[in-house]
Design a protein around this ligand. Structure first.
Ligand code: FAD
Length: 416
């Protein structure tokens, strides 16, 4: 008997529920990844992320080969490619881990229909998140979500399988080569190394200091090079709580697919965005005259990475100092972030723009870029690394003036 294991953004062999289930129940498995042009060239096309993905696929293929298997890499749409591949190997089932974005949900529905029509059984398992977030009623505030989420049952963590048997004569296909890479190498090998090297004792300080490194596991989590559930078992305290935010934003998107284009707080779809294209260009090119904003934006463009604090500061600046639609910022981040993830990016952009979940009074969610810089880059190391010339640029706006305009604009949107 033979089954396909459809890898998506769970590019690992350790603690992989679909692979494990398939190996338990079938004699042979065909591990497969489908390069989908709708994703690679779609709304959120990204060279940095694509190159990280290709690293992941090469590494996954090697990890599978070590165990006697291989990875079939196809190009096309899964709804067409998977029934065809299953037919070729007389596979009767396809195992895969469920996901939350509207694109993934629609694609999976179509693929499941196509498989059923071809007489092949689709088998969804968990795998991408710590807990089964679909089991909870919808939450719009983090703390109550977190209390309920902590009580959800957890699956056991499993190691990598020892032996994988694939059918003879697999045509495996090639993994494309990257055009432009960011500053992180993809793959389970690199991901596990980073996971094991991370020292949680340095975390609290790293989180508030722009010149320090947090765990930098987000891209490995996004592509599933490491298992979020396994990571959870290694940590407690503040770090574990931070991981819960990832499940939270996935849960929010699962229940609110319209968030990809609309504000979660519907009133704020009426916000009028008065910002100019010139200001948008200055922001994305790191020419605002606010050094900490410019440093963040240049680091993003050059490396595909930004510290969480810099993301907060730069995003807040775009929306609340330049009055530019959060969706434009969201899209820009998706183009560059190696860890760019629809649920996480959208959730965080909506949060910082005060239009999303976990609301706080607007006047409390303002980030004064000069104060933020003094507090989070006290020695100027971050700014001097990424935007040493920014001090010489005249700031394009005055924070205090723009703050008043934002309070007024949000007030008008609420009243309409
Ligand atoms: P650590 O601080 O070491 O945290 C460990 C893990 O916890 C992270 O890898 C991540 O999975 C999770 N986590 C931490 N903070 C958050 C958070 N605020 N929201 C959700 N999960 C969190 N994260 C992404 O993974 N993809 C994105 O596209 C993304 N876009 C963002 C956009 C904006 C405007 C902001 C403010 C934040 C965004 N984040 C995003 C969240 C956060 O900045 C990154 O997860 C974090 O900086 C990654 O670095 P790390 O792995 O070293 O994090």
């Amino acid at each position: 008997s033979t089954a396909l294991v459809w890898f998506r953004r769970d590019l690992r062999v350790h603690d992989h529920p679909p692979l494990r289930a398939a190996l338990d129940q079938f004699e042979r498995v065909v591990p497969v990844f489908v390069l989908d042009p709708r994703l690679l060239d779609g709304r959120f096309e990204s060279e940095y992320r694509a190159s990280f993905l290709f690293d992941c696929l090469k590494d996954l293929r090697e990890r599978l080969q070590e165990r006697g298997g291989n990875l079939v890499v196809l190009t096309g749409t899964p709804e067409q490619e998977l029934p065809r591949l299953a037919h070729e190997h007389q596979a009767t089932a396809v195992f895969f881990a469920s996901d939350v974005s509207p694109f993934a949900m629609n694609r999976d529905k179509r693929t499941e229909e196509a498989l059923r029509q071809a007489g092949i059984e689709p088998r969804r398992t968990p795998g991408n998140f710590i807990a089964d977030i679909g089991k909870l009623k919808p939450y719009g505030v983090f703390s109550p979500f977190w209390r309920a989420w902590k009580e959800l049952p957890r699956r056991d963590v499993h190691g990598a399988p020892r032996k994988i048997t694939t059918p003879p004569g697999l045509t495996v296909g090639t993994v494309p080569t990257a055009t432009r890479r960011g500053d992180q190498r993809g793959g389970e090998t690199a991901g596990r190394k980073a996971m094991l090297a991370f020292d949680p004792n340095t975390y609290d300080e790293a989180r508030v200091r722009l010149d320090r490194q947090t765990s930098r596991l987000s891209a490995y989590l996004h592509f599933g090079c490491i298992s979020a559930r396994e990571l959870e078992t290694r940590h407690s305290g503040k770090y574990a709580r931070q991981l819960a935010w990832r499940d939270f934003y996935a849960h929010v998107l699962l229940h609110n697919p319209r968030n990809t284009h609309h504000a979660y707080q519907e009133d704020y779809d009426a916000l009028e965005w008065e910002g100019t294209d010139e200001h948008f260009d200055a922001w994305r090119e790191g020419r605002t005259g606010y050094p900490v904003v410019d440093a963040g934006m240049r680091q993003l463009a050059e490396t595909g990475w930004m510290h969480n604090r810099a993301r907060l500061i730069t995003a807040s600046f775009l929306v609340k100092d330049l009055h530019i639609d959060w969706r434009r910022g969201e899209q820009h981040f998706m183009r560059y972030l190696i860890d760019g993830d629809v649920a996480q990016n959208n959730g965080n952009w909506q949060w910082i723009s005060s239009v999303g979940v976990d609301p706080a009074p607007l006047y409390r969610r303002f980030y004064n870029p000069s104060l933020q810089q003094a507090r989070h880059d006290p020695d100027g190391v971050y700014v001097n690394t990424w935007a040493p010339d920014s001090q010489t640029i005249t700031p394009i706006v005055d924070h205090a003036t723009e703050r008043k305009r934002t309070l007024a604009a949000y007030g008008r949107a609420r009243d309409t």
